[in-house]
Write a protein that binds this ligand. Structure first.
Ligand SMILES: [Fe+2]
Ligand SMILES: [Fe+2]
Length: 454
């Protein structure tokens, strides 16, 4: 089953044990591709998005009430039933907005890594599966956006789509002059050229450059915004990762370890919607469209998760073991993903493991929206109570945190190239502390409230 590229890289790894292991994952890829083709729920998901009408779904919970924005906070305890329903709907919209952005990351990285696998023999089915996944993601993203947009407009009004603080900060800001634009362009081009040089030098004759990257306009390195990928590092760092994932078979496979973090994080809450759907269906009750979207999405995503797992845990062993540079970059990627996506504990969003500071503006805007109609002072007071003092919401989120931590540790444990801090998921483990979350929120809160009142 080995191709020329692999043979030249690892002539020593041709034992019957590794051959049969390889055969096993080739079979799994083939089976997953066939099952994904046969199962495919994208049409159903697309129809649910197209026909979504908020008012026909507004009087039901879309999932367990626990999956609501600000659940378990003093504000939630005082909220009316209609506000509680709205918080349950806004939670779905927020989480799937993040999922839509993460799946937009997937579209790009599936193509980049496919451009590496495609140039090797034996991986045609894998490439077909990645292409099929990409096509599915387009439908998923569209539906999440359609439902999220209509829900936000219905509950918060059109002003919810902008960022008032950002807008006021930008008022009076002049556009960049032409000379500055061309300077920025030159800086980016120089950055791209440097990254390319370093990567080629460090990966050496193991370089297998993605066809997709070669076909880019002006050969610039594409980048992403938002989603799980966007939280993994600064825009410059993400460009560097993007190039590396498209530069060697090992690093292309390693991307799927990061994608698996996204798969597992999504499942943490999506499985709850799945169970809610089943319960309603068995009772013969009305199923809200977003609940059905989550249910069908989980079914599509189960194949994507299998692929992430098999590529990240098995397929990478087809190639020569990583050199010191590849090992370093792979570890840096997992380390950064832990810091950006798993390193905190939110007190306002269940099943979200980032610090609340990044959501302060969202909460501030939510409390001043038509849903709560608070003044700026009231909004700030409630935010302090909900984010800087211990409450049930933190404890509920800790439960989700511990569940995901165990899954991550199980997943990373067999990856022999990882540093202990990554294999044991230590950054995420350290983030699972209510005291630390409160301490960080109090610090960031002081800064935020001073900015708002200034
Ligand atoms: Fe998806
Ligand atoms: Fe997916």
């Amino acid at each position: 089953m080995k191709n020329d590229f692999q043979t030249s890289l690892q002539p020593q790894q041709s034992s019957s044990a590794s051959e049969s292991k390889a055969a096993k994952h080739f079979q799994l890829i083939e089976k997953t591709y066939q099952n994904n083709l046969d199962s495919d729920y994208t049409e159903k998901i697309a129809d649910l998005g197209k026909n979504f009408d908020y008012s026909s779904n507004s009087d039901r919970y879309w999932g367990n009430p626990e999956l609501s924005t600000l659940y378990g906070t003093p504000l939630y305890d005082q909220a009316s039933e209609s506000q509680k329903l709205a918080l349950n709907h806004l939670y779905w919209s927020g989480q799937y907005n993040h999922t839509a952005n993460t799946e937009a990351n997937t579209v790009l990285y599936n193509r980049i890594t496919e451009g590496v696998f495609d140039s090797l023999n034996d991986y045609q089915t894998l490439c077909q599966e990645l292409e099929f996944e990409t096509a599915q993601e387009y439908h998923h993203i569209r539906t999440f956006q359609q439902i999220g947009y209509k829900t936000k407009i219905a509950l918060l009004g059109k002003s919810s789509l902008g960022n008032p603080l950002k807008q006021s900060a930008n008022l009076g800001r002049l556009k960049d002059p032409v000379w500055l634009k061309s300077l920025n362009y030159s800086v980016e081009a120089a950055k791209d050229a440097t990254f390319r040089l370093v990567t080629r030098l460090m990966i050496g004759n193991r370089t297998c450059y993605s066809r997709y990257l070669q076909e880019q306009d002006g050969n610039s390195i594409p980048t992403i915004r938002g989603g799980l990928g966007g939280l993994t590092g600064s825009p410059t760092m993400i460009k560097f990762f993007t190039l590396n994932w498209g530069s060697s078979p090992f690093l292309a496979s390693q991307y799927y370890a990061i994608r698996m973090i996204g798969n597992m994080s999504l499942k943490t809450y999506e499985h709850q919607y799945f169970k809610h759907f089943k319960k309603l269906e068995q009772a013969g009750e009305f199923v809200p469209a977003p609940t059905a979207v989550s249910y069908y999405h989980l079914r599509d995503e189960s194949f994507h998760t299998t692929m992430s797992q098999v590529i990240a845990q098995e397929l990478y062993r087809d190639f020569a073991p990583p050199n010191a540079y590849e090992k370093f970059v792979a570890n840096l990627m997992v380390y950064s993903a832990q810091q950006g996506v798993l390193g905190g504990l939110s007190g306002g969003f269940p099943a979200v493991f980032r610090e609340d500071a990044s959501f302060f503006i969202l909460f501030y805007r939510l409390l001043q929206s038509p849903l709560f109609e608070m003044s700026s002072e009231e909004a700030l007071q409630w935010m302090e109570q909900c984010l800087c003092q211990e409450h049930e919401g933190f404890h509920i989120n800790l439960k989700y945190h511990q569940r995901l931590l165990k899954e991550c540790q199980r997943f990373f444990e067999p990856l022999d190239y990882l540093w202990p801090v990554n294999r044991e998921v230590r950054i995420m483990a350290a983030g699972g502390s209510i005291d630390r979350a409160l301490e960080n929120n109090i610090k960031s809160w002081k800064h935020f409230s001073q900015q708002v009142l200034a």
